[in-house]
Design a protein around this ligand. Structure first.
Ligand code: KIV
Ligand code: ZN
Length: 385
């Protein structure tokens, strides 16, 4: 069974979600929870972006001991110097430097030739290497880059001292098969690629961030980057909790483990949602309110007989207390009777049938029947002679 490292960027790319602004205390609280969750690396922020972010990264670097802490920097000496000041007290200081490699970014954004891009990347990785032992270099917009050029620049930055090479799908454009091919191509064409960690970083513009990350693992990635609840720029980043659970549930197929403590998932998700103000959609995989809720009578009957009929993930695995049988118009007598017993009523089969009929009438008027509604129905039935 191979191992894949988890690089969490909730506090950097996640914080780039429009409308999100975390203060230093909130960032520190999330960092402590990410450490409990067992991520291998956390990107605490972008120290050169603001005084507040610098302070937050410095505080996290000084506090977190069991997870490696990193910070983002552009290919500029001043960014690298500021990152060093913020990260030098970390247990294992590391830096994450990025520079775009796609024709569209090099021409319009950087206004640099491919050779100039190589030269800048090499110079800045060498400069960072004088301070940091661990230097991650990202080829921004790697997935719209020419593969030969990508292989050429990756080879040079490895020679300059990079210890991690990240190939981001910055704009969420690539498909799983194509992304797998990018990783295979690097493995086959870059001489020292096996000496460094090879990382995937996916965005969700086409809803493929998680499956693209998994395709990368299947094709040689040894590190996966993502965020809690999939928050991030535009449509967000790959949701780490989904990747973690998919690797666990389908480890017959993917054969990779992580250091993540899965039953910390729910707590981590709740904390990130609370501090960022980004609500988790009810139907979101793994952590959504409905992920372990069943409404249809046939499903509820199955789950009451054996939960694995309709649940491939146990709620306990991800830190949720129990599943939830929602009583609504699709519910059947089995779930209804189970709920009556749970609420402490002891009714004859005849009374239960009577109460069930009243409940069904109510469901035509109400989407979800609450415990209070049930108390009324059951008390009425109980007190009738
Ligand atoms: O999506 C991206 O390309 C990034 C880089 C800074 C790694 O977030
Ligand atoms: Zn990103």
């Amino acid at each position: 069974m191979a191992h894949v490292k988890i690089f969490d960027t909730t506090l950097r790319d996640g914080e780039q979600s429009p409308g999100v602004n975390l203060n230093q205390l909130e960032k520190l609280e999330i960092a402590k929870q990410l450490e409990r969750f067992g991520v291998d690396i956390m990107e605490a922020g972008f120290p050169a972006s603001s005084k507040g972010d610098f302070e937050a990264v410095r505080q996290i670097a000084r506090t977190i001991k069991n997870t490696s802490v990193t910070g983002l920097a552009r290919t500029k000496k001043s960014d690298i110097d500021i990152a060093w000041d913020a990260l030098k007290d970390a247990e294992e200081p590391r830096i994450h430097i990025f520079l775009a490699t796609s024709p569209i970014h090099m021409t319009y954004k950087l206004k640099k030739t491919p050779d100039e891009v190589i030269q800048t990347a090499v110079e800045m990785v060498s400069y960072a290497k004088q301070k940091f032992t661990h230097v991650e270099w990202s080829a921004e917009d790697a997935c719209r880059s020419d593969l030969d050029f990508l292989a050429r620049i990756v080879e040079k930055v490895i020679d300059a001292g990079a210890t991690v090479i990240n190939l981001p799908d910055t704009v969420g454009y690539i498909t799983p098969e194509e992304y797998g091919n990018v990783f295979r191509y690097m493995k086959e064409n870059v001489p020292n690629i096996d000496k460094v960690s090879l990382s995937a970083h996916c965005h969700d513009d086409l809803g493929m961030a998680v499956i693209n990350s998994i395709a990368a693992i299947e094709n040689g990635a040894t590190q996966i980057e993502g965020t809690i609840n999939g928050i991030g720029e535009r449509a967000g980043n790959a949701a780490l909790e989904e990747i973690a659970v998919a690797l666990n549930i389908r480890n017959d197929k993917y054969k990779h483990t992580t250091n993540l403590v899965l039953n910390e998932i729910k707590r981590t998700s709740d904390l990130v949602s609370k501090f960022t103000g980004m609500i988790v959609p009810p139907n979101k995989a793994v952590v959504g309110r409905n992920a372990f809720a069943h409404e249809a009578g046939i499903h509820q009957d199955g789950v009451l007989k054996n939960a694995s009929t309709y649940e491939i993930i146990t709620p306990e695995m991800v830190g949720i207390h129990s599943n939830n049988l929602v009583l609504g118009k699709h519910s059947g007598r089995h779930a209804f009777k189970d709920k009556v017993i749970q609420l402490g009523y002891q009714l004859s089969e005849e009374k239960i049938t009577e109460a069930f009929q009243s409940f069904k009438l109510l469901t035509d008027r109400k989407k979800e029947v609450t415990d209070e509604d049930l108390f009324t129905i059951l008390t009425d039935v109980q007190t009738e002679s």
